[in-house]
Ligand binder design. Structure first.
Ligand SMILES: [Ca+2]
Length: 239
């Protein structure tokens, strides 16, 4: 028996041994990989990892989303507040225009015989807007001319951006933060009204017939520096 015959016999016995054993997938993978080189699909197919996310991966994703929301929320609030300021400024311009249109129509200001403030710190602004809106309660708008026509508030219990409809607020014109607009009219007819702010809002006596303002987001006003304290966020018609 030569060397070749012995070797052939051993190979035959190994093959027989292999054939009698159940197939081993792991060995097949190794053979396949070694034959074809790197084969990711074969490795993936035989991966023992289940489909889906692990708890750690989910927690990381949730943490990233929470951080993004935390970053975006203040920016969103700032944009929303700026939109409200723009709305308030637009409303104030319309209010001043409406009072001036009343003056043009009737040759006098509505109601007043002396410099008068309507809204916070004065009479209810519903008295003024009843005239300007020509409602049934108007007493000095005989031609029933509508000088301004704001929408009613959406939520009567929490009035914002419109005319109040609840018993306690009916007829009042509210700013986007929920405080009634303030309006001062030159009822003394000397083209001079007192500035509600002592500084940083023009001279202490304004040479204007009508001014209007909103107390802003903090819903509080002040008679001092326009650029300080609760007056800082107020929106005014004359600057
Ligand atoms: Ca304020």
């Amino acid at each position: 028996m030569d060397v070749t015959t012995v070797a052939a016999g051993r190979v035959a016995s190994i093959v027989r041994l292999r054939l009698t054993q159940p197939p081993l997938h792991l060995n097949e993978t190794i053979v396949q990989t070694s034959l074809t080189g790197h084969n990711p699909s074969a490795m993936q197919r035989n991966s023992r990892r289940p489909a889906g996310f692990t708890l750690i991966e989910l927690l990381v994703v949730i943490a990233i989303i929470a951080i993004l929301i935390g970053l975006l929320f203040p920016a969103f609030q700032a944009v929303q507040n700026q939109a409200r300021r723009t709305q308030a400024k637009n409303d104030l311009t319309q209010i001043v225009t409406a009072v001036n249109a009343y003056y043009t129509e009737y040759g006098k200001y509505p109601l007043v015989a002396a410099d008068t403030i309507y809204g916070p710190g004065g009479n209810s602004n519903a008295l003024l807007f009843n005239e300007l809106r020509a409602t049934a309660a108007a007493t000095q708008n005989p031609r029933k001319i509508v000088f301004i026509n704001p929408p009613d508030v959406k939520d009567p219990a929490n009035p914002r951006s419109g005319i109040g409809t609840a018993a306690a607020t009916i007829g009042q014109y509210f700013d986007p933060w929920g405080t009634a607009y303030a309006i001062e009219i030159d009822g003394g007819y000397d083209n001079a009204i007192a500035n509600p702010y002592s500084s940083n809002a023009g001279s202490t006596t304004l040479q204007i017939g009508v001014i209007a303002w909103s107390l802003g987001k903090d819903q509080a006003g002040g008679s001092g520096n326009k650029k300080a304290g609760t007056a800082d966020d107020d929106v005014i018609s004359w600057q």
